[in-house]
Design a binder for this molecule. Sequence first.
Ligand code: DER
Length: 224
Amino acid sequence: VEQFNNKKLAAEAAVTYIKSGMTVGLGSGSTVNWMLKKIGELVQDGLTIKGIPSSIKTETLAREYGIPLTDFSNVTTIDLAIDGADEIDDQLNLLKGGGGSLVREKIVDAMASELIIIADQSKIVSQLGAFSLPVEIVPFGFELTARNIAELGGVPTLRKKDNRVFVSDNGNYILDCKFDNIQNPKRLHEKLKLLVGVVETGLFVGMTDKLIVARNGKIETLVN
Ligand code: DER
Protein backbone atom coordinates (compact mmCIF):
# COMPACT_ATOMS: atom_id res chain seq x y z
CA VAL A 1 0.00 0.00 0.00
CA GLU A 2 1.34 3.45 -0.91
CA GLN A 3 2.08 5.26 2.34
CA PHE A 4 1.67 8.69 0.71
CA ASN A 5 -1.21 10.13 -1.32
CA ASN A 6 1.02 11.70 -3.95
CA LYS A 7 -1.85 12.94 -6.11
CA LYS A 8 -3.30 14.78 -3.10
CA LEU A 9 0.12 16.22 -2.24
CA ALA A 10 0.69 17.57 -5.75
CA ALA A 11 -2.85 18.98 -5.92
CA GLU A 12 -2.54 20.83 -2.61
CA ALA A 13 0.88 22.21 -3.55
CA ALA A 14 -0.64 23.72 -6.71
CA VAL A 15 -3.38 25.44 -4.74
CA THR A 16 -0.77 27.68 -3.05
CA TYR A 17 -0.42 29.50 -6.42
CA ILE A 18 -4.10 30.52 -6.40
CA LYS A 19 -4.70 34.12 -5.22
CA SER A 20 -7.97 35.94 -4.48
CA GLY A 21 -9.33 37.75 -7.48
CA MET A 22 -8.10 35.13 -9.94
CA THR A 23 -10.11 33.40 -12.63
CA VAL A 24 -8.92 29.79 -12.34
CA GLY A 25 -9.20 27.10 -15.01
CA LEU A 26 -10.23 23.88 -13.28
CA GLY A 27 -8.89 20.74 -14.98
CA SER A 28 -10.34 17.25 -14.80
CA GLY A 29 -9.42 13.93 -13.27
CA SER A 30 -8.69 12.32 -9.92
CA THR A 31 -5.65 14.49 -9.11
CA VAL A 32 -7.61 17.64 -9.88
CA ASN A 33 -10.46 16.37 -7.70
CA TRP A 34 -8.13 16.67 -4.66
CA MET A 35 -7.44 20.26 -5.77
CA LEU A 36 -11.16 21.05 -6.00
CA LYS A 37 -11.64 19.78 -2.43
CA LYS A 38 -8.81 22.02 -1.15
CA ILE A 39 -10.07 25.06 -3.06
CA GLY A 40 -13.53 24.49 -1.58
CA GLU A 41 -12.04 24.61 1.92
CA LEU A 42 -10.14 27.83 1.13
CA VAL A 43 -13.29 29.43 -0.34
CA GLN A 44 -14.99 28.68 2.98
CA ASP A 45 -12.10 30.55 4.62
CA GLY A 46 -12.56 33.60 2.37
CA LEU A 47 -10.61 32.88 -0.83
CA THR A 48 -12.42 34.78 -3.59
CA ILE A 49 -11.91 33.22 -7.04
CA LYS A 50 -14.01 32.33 -10.06
CA GLY A 51 -13.53 28.87 -11.56
CA ILE A 52 -13.99 27.79 -15.17
CA PRO A 53 -14.56 24.01 -15.25
CA SER A 54 -13.05 21.86 -18.04
CA SER A 55 -15.71 19.16 -17.86
CA ILE A 56 -19.24 18.54 -16.63
CA LYS A 57 -17.82 16.24 -13.93
CA THR A 58 -15.50 19.01 -12.69
CA GLU A 59 -18.37 21.52 -12.81
CA THR A 60 -20.54 19.20 -10.72
CA LEU A 61 -17.84 18.60 -8.13
CA ALA A 62 -16.87 22.31 -7.99
CA ARG A 63 -20.49 23.20 -7.25
CA GLU A 64 -20.62 20.56 -4.53
CA TYR A 65 -17.53 22.13 -2.92
CA GLY A 66 -19.07 25.63 -3.17
CA ILE A 67 -16.50 26.99 -5.63
CA PRO A 68 -17.97 30.01 -7.46
CA LEU A 69 -18.01 29.36 -11.21
CA THR A 70 -18.06 31.58 -14.27
CA ASP A 71 -17.90 31.02 -18.03
CA PHE A 72 -16.43 32.50 -21.17
CA SER A 73 -19.36 34.89 -21.61
CA ASN A 74 -18.14 36.67 -18.47
CA VAL A 75 -14.36 36.43 -18.70
CA THR A 76 -11.87 36.96 -21.50
CA THR A 77 -8.79 35.72 -19.66
CA ILE A 78 -7.92 32.89 -17.30
CA ASP A 79 -5.13 33.80 -14.89
CA LEU A 80 -4.13 30.25 -13.95
CA ALA A 81 -5.24 26.79 -15.05
CA ILE A 82 -4.40 23.66 -13.05
CA ASP A 83 -4.85 20.27 -14.73
CA GLY A 84 -3.72 16.66 -14.62
CA ALA A 85 -2.19 14.48 -17.32
CA ASP A 86 -1.82 10.86 -18.31
CA GLU A 87 1.78 11.14 -19.50
CA ILE A 88 4.37 13.94 -19.17
CA ASP A 89 7.64 13.89 -21.13
CA ASP A 90 10.92 15.66 -20.37
CA GLN A 91 9.87 18.67 -22.47
CA LEU A 92 6.71 18.86 -20.31
CA ASN A 93 4.62 17.91 -23.35
CA LEU A 94 1.50 16.05 -22.26
CA LEU A 95 -0.60 13.14 -23.36
CA LYS A 96 -4.08 13.77 -21.96
CA GLY A 97 -7.65 12.59 -22.42
CA GLY A 98 -7.80 9.42 -20.32
CA GLY A 99 -10.80 10.95 -18.59
CA GLY A 100 -12.49 11.94 -21.85
CA SER A 101 -12.39 15.72 -21.25
CA LEU A 102 -9.48 16.66 -23.53
CA VAL A 103 -11.36 19.16 -25.74
CA ARG A 104 -12.63 21.42 -22.95
CA GLU A 105 -9.35 20.89 -21.03
CA LYS A 106 -7.35 22.12 -24.01
CA ILE A 107 -9.65 25.12 -24.51
CA VAL A 108 -9.29 26.12 -20.83
CA ASP A 109 -5.58 25.30 -20.60
CA ALA A 110 -4.75 27.14 -23.84
CA MET A 111 -6.58 30.27 -22.69
CA ALA A 112 -4.75 30.41 -19.34
CA SER A 113 -1.88 32.87 -18.79
CA GLU A 114 -0.19 30.12 -16.79
CA LEU A 115 -0.76 26.35 -16.87
CA ILE A 116 0.30 24.22 -13.91
CA ILE A 117 0.20 20.45 -14.32
CA ILE A 118 -0.15 18.26 -11.24
CA ALA A 119 0.75 14.58 -11.12
CA ASP A 120 2.26 11.73 -9.20
CA GLN A 121 5.50 10.21 -10.44
CA SER A 122 3.70 7.48 -12.39
CA LYS A 123 2.90 10.02 -15.13
CA ILE A 124 6.51 10.94 -15.88
CA VAL A 125 7.75 9.21 -19.08
CA SER A 126 10.78 9.59 -21.33
CA GLN A 127 8.62 9.44 -24.45
CA LEU A 128 4.83 9.83 -24.90
CA GLY A 129 2.83 6.96 -26.30
CA ALA A 130 2.82 3.98 -23.94
CA PHE A 131 -0.70 5.21 -23.10
CA SER A 132 -3.06 5.19 -26.11
CA LEU A 133 -3.59 8.69 -27.51
CA PRO A 134 -7.20 9.90 -27.12
CA VAL A 135 -8.50 11.71 -30.23
CA GLU A 136 -11.96 13.32 -30.14
CA ILE A 137 -13.77 12.93 -33.46
CA VAL A 138 -17.16 13.78 -34.96
CA PRO A 139 -19.46 10.74 -34.82
CA PHE A 140 -20.54 11.14 -38.45
CA GLY A 141 -18.22 9.04 -40.62
CA PHE A 142 -16.06 8.03 -37.66
CA GLU A 143 -15.16 4.78 -39.45
CA LEU A 144 -13.41 6.77 -42.19
CA THR A 145 -11.67 9.02 -39.65
CA ALA A 146 -10.45 5.90 -37.86
CA ARG A 147 -9.05 4.53 -41.12
CA ASN A 148 -7.24 7.79 -41.84
CA ILE A 149 -5.71 7.69 -38.35
CA ALA A 150 -4.66 4.08 -38.90
CA GLU A 151 -2.85 5.22 -42.06
CA LEU A 152 -0.82 7.55 -39.82
CA GLY A 153 0.33 4.52 -37.85
CA GLY A 154 -2.12 4.50 -34.94
CA VAL A 155 -4.34 1.58 -33.98
CA PRO A 156 -7.69 3.26 -33.19
CA THR A 157 -10.24 1.81 -30.77
CA LEU A 158 -13.64 3.45 -30.35
CA ARG A 159 -13.96 4.23 -26.62
CA LYS A 160 -16.84 2.52 -24.89
CA LYS A 161 -18.26 3.03 -21.42
CA ASP A 162 -20.58 0.50 -19.77
CA ASN A 163 -20.75 -1.40 -23.08
CA ARG A 164 -22.01 1.65 -24.98
CA VAL A 165 -20.10 4.04 -27.21
CA PHE A 166 -18.67 6.81 -24.99
CA VAL A 167 -20.04 10.26 -25.86
CA SER A 168 -18.00 13.29 -24.70
CA ASP A 169 -19.38 16.45 -23.05
CA ASN A 170 -19.41 17.87 -26.56
CA GLY A 171 -21.46 15.03 -28.09
CA ASN A 172 -18.49 13.49 -29.89
CA TYR A 173 -16.76 10.11 -29.95
CA ILE A 174 -13.24 9.34 -28.74
CA LEU A 175 -10.79 7.03 -30.51
CA ASP A 176 -8.00 5.71 -28.29
CA CYS A 177 -5.10 5.38 -30.71
CA LYS A 178 -2.08 3.20 -29.94
CA PHE A 179 0.97 4.86 -31.56
CA ASP A 180 3.65 3.08 -29.48
CA ASN A 181 6.48 5.62 -29.24
CA ILE A 182 5.56 9.14 -30.31
CA GLN A 183 8.92 10.54 -31.48
CA ASN A 184 7.60 13.99 -32.43
CA PRO A 185 4.39 14.90 -30.54
CA LYS A 186 4.07 18.27 -32.32
CA ARG A 187 4.23 16.74 -35.80
CA LEU A 188 1.83 13.93 -34.91
CA HIS A 189 -0.65 16.39 -33.37
CA GLU A 190 -0.55 18.57 -36.50
CA LYS A 191 -1.05 15.61 -38.86
CA LEU A 192 -3.97 14.31 -36.80
CA LYS A 193 -5.56 17.74 -36.40
CA LEU A 194 -5.65 18.20 -40.19
CA LEU A 195 -7.69 15.02 -40.74
CA VAL A 196 -11.33 15.64 -41.68
CA GLY A 197 -13.52 14.61 -38.74
CA VAL A 198 -10.90 15.14 -36.02
CA VAL A 199 -11.98 17.66 -33.37
CA GLU A 200 -8.91 17.61 -31.08
CA THR A 201 -6.06 15.38 -29.94
CA GLY A 202 -4.80 14.59 -26.45
CA LEU A 203 -1.32 15.92 -27.31
CA PHE A 204 -0.78 19.16 -25.33
CA VAL A 205 2.49 20.39 -26.84
CA GLY A 206 4.42 23.38 -25.52
CA MET A 207 1.59 24.39 -23.18
CA THR A 208 2.93 23.53 -19.71
CA ASP A 209 4.44 26.39 -17.67
CA LYS A 210 4.97 24.55 -14.40
CA LEU A 211 4.89 20.90 -13.34
CA ILE A 212 4.31 19.80 -9.76
CA VAL A 213 5.15 16.15 -9.23
CA ALA A 214 4.78 14.28 -5.94
CA ARG A 215 7.15 11.33 -5.51
CA ASN A 216 7.15 9.27 -2.32
CA GLY A 217 5.68 12.11 -0.30
CA LYS A 218 8.04 14.76 -1.71
CA ILE A 219 7.14 17.62 -4.06
CA GLU A 220 9.26 18.44 -7.11
CA THR A 221 8.46 21.61 -9.06
CA LEU A 222 9.75 22.02 -12.62
CA VAL A 223 9.43 25.34 -14.43
CA ASN A 224 9.40 25.30 -18.22
O1 DER B 1 -8.02 13.04 -19.02
C1 DER B 1 -7.12 13.77 -18.57
O2 DER B 1 -6.26 14.32 -19.30
C2 DER B 1 -7.10 13.99 -17.09
O3 DER B 1 -6.28 15.06 -16.79
C3 DER B 1 -6.70 12.71 -16.38
O4 DER B 1 -6.35 11.69 -17.27
C4 DER B 1 -5.56 12.90 -15.39
O5 DER B 1 -5.37 11.67 -14.75
P1 DER B 1 -5.64 11.51 -13.17
O6 DER B 1 -7.06 11.09 -13.04
O7 DER B 1 -4.64 10.47 -12.77
O8 DER B 1 -5.38 12.85 -12.52
